[in-house]
Design a protein around this ligand. Sequence first.
Ligand SMILES: *Cc1c(COP(=O)(O)O)cnc(C)c1O
Length: 420
Amino acid sequence: MKNSATRRSFFAWTRNATAATGLLGTSSVRADAAVASDAHAEDYYDKLGVTKIINAAGTYTALTASIMPPSVQAAVARAAKHPVRLAELQQKSGEYIAGRLKCEAALVCAGASSALTLGTAACMTVGNRQAVSMLPLDVSGLKNEVIVQKGHRYGYDHAIKNCGVRFVEVETLAQYEAAFTARTVMCHFYNAAEEGQIAREKWIEVAHRHGVPCFNDAAADVPPISNLWNYTQMGFDLVTFSGGKGLRGPQNAGLLLGRKDLIEAASWSNSPHDETVGRGMKVAKEQIIGMVAALDWFLAQTDDGMQAEYRSRANRIVAQLKHIPTLTHEVIVPPLANAIPHLLLRYDQARVKISPLDVAETLRKGTPSIELNPTTGRKGGSAGLPNGEHIIVIGVWMLQPGEDLIVARRLRDVLLKAAA
Ligand SMILES: *Cc1c(COP(=O)(O)O)cnc(C)c1O
């Protein structure tokens, strides 16, 4: 197998941490498994009485999304020991990232949401640095219209609107062509949108014919690894990825990638510059280094290795559930966002008398507290996951070493009891 060395290294820490802690199944083992290196640090979650959870949901911000791999945690801890010059750190980290991701330029920002704000600000102020402080209220003299497909309006619109722009919605290609005015500043694309008639290449082509930059929000859309350069190489002028989702970097970091002049303009609106829309979106030195280290970690993986590991976690869970009457399982990979194996469990609720929603609540209230994917038991799917009304949905990719078995055994106990 080619790349077997990197495939091995991806999960070496998983096995080592599991082996080092020996026993599985208690919450302290679970919580400490991945952080053996900071055994001397005080556990402030315990001190504050904050419940540590098992994340069988996925990269949800409300669940603090991802855990940084040990190499990233170590890089963050090391970076915390030295002051540096922030401008130099921002510049050199950006150059390093751009080199690794085959794009012109890059900026570490405070998450994909912040990248949307800074990228929009960049489109409005490129070549006109004096305009930076006019955002968001004094923009009548600036281009301030963002074209977007109606089906691409979403919960992150606000990050764009923070710059004082207004959206111009289109549905058909003809409407898109007709939507450009002297005030058009950017064309926005939501990469994982499930609706919209105009495909990426066409979106870019039309925008560029009108001399307008295109932004693609691909925040949750790795793996596959190659997405990190696919969209900039396709021609998008700006692309963002969340740092704390699939990349497993710091939760409050993200990547803004793209054209050199736009990335430079984005940096004008970024912390530490005041009188800017981005001054509150500070990324500390620890998080900048963490983002770079996470990228190094992620690029050392393989798509096959990641997919295989997540499938084997799903299989380990299923193996514990084989005595649950009527239970069937399916492993699905959503098409774009969170494109990794998710485990779906279905059963006859006349035989196993508990609803998926009640299973989720029971696991949440148990010890250790487990969060299943929020689609569980809920009408209407999300982000490529099906209607979960009658399904238990398990996102396995954010589980820590050994936690798949803990989740499996809790599920088995709760379902068997309901089947008795
Ligand atoms: C998660 C997400 C964001 C926000 O990412 P953060 O890094 O949490 O700021 C933006 N857009 C989409 C599509 C997302 O999924």
